[in-house]
Design a protein around this ligand. Structure first.
Ligand SMILES: Cc1ncc(COP(=O)(O)O)c(C=O)c1O
Length: 374
């Protein structure tokens, strides 16, 4: 028998998640996966060197990332035991979805939002209902709530998951709307705060509290803390719920170096604030400059922008206008100039481009190239 025939049919049907392109070409300005443009801080570097010098890497790491949980507790509010730490928030999402989803249950999510949610729901052969965002690109919390409240005998909607600020739009919902949704939702609510450090709305402190017992909030060291390469993410929720998830994770799911690096980064709030300030200044500058060139950009609460290029960019493209939208043409033209951004050729997103905010120098290069294209 072919080994592939042993794989579950529902897995074989999946296309799998396609992450943004990762290139190590130093000539490419990489603005496609929302990393921080700044390297790790001196405090993180020193902590990593000290860990190497301590010569203890032959031993297993702390299984629950205890020191990091304590640092997260100080920063975000919930008790250390209310945090599950993982190998990036992607792993945390997988653990959570495995714990609560099955062919008899499903998730409700937004369209668009982080496109990994439907993919990992499908790994559990669970149903996924995607609710389109409103015309103003805000998440349609009302319709998602109706969907979560639907009572069918055959299907249980276990979880509603979306990012806030949302990706790829950068749009944020208000704290009041998020909390009211979490209270009324009879299922679990997962708010993915991968980008919340760049905005001014965070509901971390309410995760798993008695007032919001079904509210789960996830975060990551990959964005504001410049540690995408180390892979650390976390989820906060009720302690009893987190203990259930701990049964699923690998015993030693976060390496010693990753724990040490994240701990130092989480504690270095002065450095974090400084780099967030620089990113936000460059973001707001870029939005203003693109506006002068005829781009339409959504208000962003994140370290990226979602922007619609003007039709004039089509005149610089060799492709026939019927083949490409202005956004598709802009993506190709930027890539030829070694600038990599993110484009989705889907009916909902085909007119828009997502650009990660890099250093001010990178943003100035992007603008210079763009000025010649429109
Ligand atoms: C909304 C959202 N959540 C989670 C992640 C994954 O983060 P991590 O690097 O912690 O796995 C991303 C990555 O781009 C994201 O956009």
């Amino acid at each position: 028998m072919n080994p592939v025939d042993f794989v579950h049919p529902h897995i074989r049907q999946l296309a799998g998640y396609v992450p943004g392109l990762q290139t190590e070409d130093p000539e490419i300005i990489k603005l496609n996966t929302n990393e921080n443009p700044f390297p790790v801080s001196a405090a993180v570097k020193n902590a990593l060197i000290a860990e190497l010098q301590a010569g203890q890497l032959q031993k297993y790491p702390n299984p629950v990332s205890q020191r990091l949980r304590e640092a997260l507790s100080k920063k975000y509010g919930p008790a250390p035991e209310a945090f599950l730490v993982g190998n990036g928030s992607d792993e945390i999402l997988s653990i959570l979805f495995r714990a609560v989803l099955s062919p008899e249950s499903g998730i409700v999510t937004a369209q668009p939002t982080y496109s990994l949610y439907p993919v990992i729901a499908a790994l559990s052969n669970a149903r996924c209902v995607e609710i389109p965002v409103k015309d103003n690109w805000h998440i349609d919390l009302g319709v998602m709530l109706e969907e979560m409240q639907k009572k069918t005998t055959s299907m249980r909607q276990a979880l509603c998951a979306f990012a806030n600020p949302n990706a790829p739009t950068g749009i944020t919902e208000t704290e009041a709307d998020l909390l009211s949704f979490a209270k009324d939702n009879p299922g679990l609510t997962l708010i993915d705060e991968a980008y919340a450090d760049f905005g001014n709305v965070s509901v971390f402190r309410y995760a798993g509290s008695t007032a919001y017992p079904r509210l789960l909030v996830s975060g990551t060291a990959s964005k504001a803390l410049s540690l995408a390469g180390q892979r650390i993410g976390w989820l906060a929720g009720p302690v009893s719920f987190i203990q259930e998830l701990e049964k699923i994770k690998d015993s030693y799911n976060v390496s010693k170096l990753a724990q040490v690096a994240a701990c130092a980064a989480v504690q270095d709030s002065v450095e974090e604030k400084q780099r967030i300030k620089l990113v936000l200044e460059s973001r707001d500058w870029l939005i203003r400059e693109l506006d002068k060139l005829g781009f339409t950009t959504l208000p962003s609460s994140a370290n990226f922008i979602f922007t619609k290029p003007p039709v004039s960019v089509l005149s610089k493209s060799a492709a026939a206008p019927s083949e490409l939208t202005p956004a598709g043409a802009y993506y190709d033209l930027l890539l030829r100039q070694k600038i990599l951004v993110r484009y989705w050729n889907t009916p909902q997103l085909k007119d828009w481009i997502r650009i990660t905010i890099g250093t001010q120098a990178q943003m100035e290069t992007l603008l210079r190239v763009t000025t010649d294209l429109v």
